[in-house]
Design a protein around this ligand. Structure first.
Ligand SMILES: [Zn+2]
Ligand SMILES: [Zn+2]
Length: 360
């Protein structure tokens, strides 16, 4: 990128920057808050790596980006997640007071489907290509993923590839070095660090979007999100066992949604901070059985970050790993194939190396 020579007009039109606005055709110019001449001679990369984008202004066809370390909170998301959690806590009262046990059990199973959409779908299939899936299974996983309400398959998988490539750096969307809260949910309440955008653009994720199932879901994501995350889990209890509308919405949709979000988020927070590191002690991801229980096998994170191509994400087969059971079943009925995994010999050798401190 060209050296910077920003001249910020005092009456410039400063607007909140949307990270998605940045693309290769836009000339990025940066200015420090004080607009000093020293800072204006720094390269984009230097400024990007130590600052956050918060404001932009456009002049003819050039968009300038204004850097500061303040004001990166996305208040709309803060409000939405706060409201979601208020409803979540209220849902326990609703469940007990109105005896919505059947709807609660339904919410669990609906959430299990959503979880498999994340783990077997967006994660192990589309992000890591650890196995291949035939069209019916890909459609099923896309629908399951829509239940989880965690953005489109494409955006989830792209962010996850960036997370693996740049773990524990500013380019990691949920960099655990910024603390538990940030890694868990804070990253969704703030604007992306510029490194996430810049480095993310250098990754080729075209293979994900080349899957028509993924591109279709991306195109109509709001419809998929509303239908499978909220409308159906409300309609089903009302229609099949005459649950009250509000009970169905609060317990079947909101309780399930919030619970499943935290199960996923713990992989980014707890599994990067608490647990053993038997496969690579020099990286932060760890083996966390509690996270594996809640996230259907995704808590064996030291193993997974070291060997991300293994469809089991652990060496322990079906143990605390509902996702592996699901993929194995799909392989049995011919829907999943070319399952990739590490040989037991290589796993044993690695563990021995780490245990004897000879791992380089
Ligand atoms: Zn992964
Ligand atoms: Zn991770």
């Amino acid at each position: 990128m060209a050296p910077l020579s920003p001249q910020i007009p005092s009456n410039c039109d400063q607007r909140l920057a949307d990270s998605h606005e940045i693309n290769n055709n836009i000339i990025i110019a940066a200015a420090a808050k004080q607009k000093s001449s020293n800072q204006s001679t720094e390269s984009d990369d230097n400024l990007i790596s130590r600052s956050f984008i918060i404001k932009t202004y456009a002049k003819s066809n050039v968009r300038y980006i204004y850097y500061t370390n303040n004001g990166t909170i996305v208040w709309r998301n803060v409000f939405l997640f706060f409201a979601l959690h208020m409803i979540y806590f209220y849902s326990y009262y609703v469940c007990v007071a109105n005896k919505c046990w059947f709807t609660w059990i339904f919410g669990y199973w609906w959430g299990l489907a959503g979880g498999l959409g994340v783990t077997a779908g967006a994660h192990r299939l589309w992000s890591h290509r650890s196995y291949k899936a035939r069209l019916p299974l890909r459609i099923l996983l896309m629908i399951f993923f829509s239940i989880a309400g965690q953005n489109s398959v494409y955006e989830w998988s792209r962010d996850h590839r960036v997370h693996h490539k740049y773990s524990e750096t500013d380019a990691d969307p949920h960099n655990s070095r910024r603390g538990f809260f940030f890694a868990h949910v804070g990253w969704l309440l703030t604007r992306k660090h510029p490194d996430v955008i810049v480095k993310g653009k250098q990754l080729d994720c075209s293979d994900i979007l080349n899957d028509p199932v993924v591109s279709f879901q991306k195109r109509y994501y709001p419809i998929f999100f509303l239908t499978f995350c909220f409308i159906l889990p409300t309609l089903i209890p009302v229609y099949f066992w005459s649950e009250g509308w509000l009970n169905a919405l609060i317990v079947g949709a909101f309780w399930r949604y919030c619970t499943s979000l935290h199960c996923t988020w713990f992989v980014n927070s707890a599994a990067h901070m608490f647990g053993d590191k038997p496969y690579n002690p020099r990286i932060e991801p760890r083996e966390n059985p509690f996270v594996s229980f809640g996230a259907f096998g995704e808590g064996f994170h030291n193993y997974h970050h070291e060997f991300p191509f293994d469809y089991k994400t652990s060496e322990m087969g079906w143990k605390l790993n509902v996702t592996t059971v699901f993929i194995d079943f799909m392989a049995l009925i011919g829907q999943a194939y070319d399952l990739r995994q590490l040989s037991q010999k290589m796993i044993d050798e690695r563990k021995l190396k780490v245990a004897s401190n000879s791992f380089k």
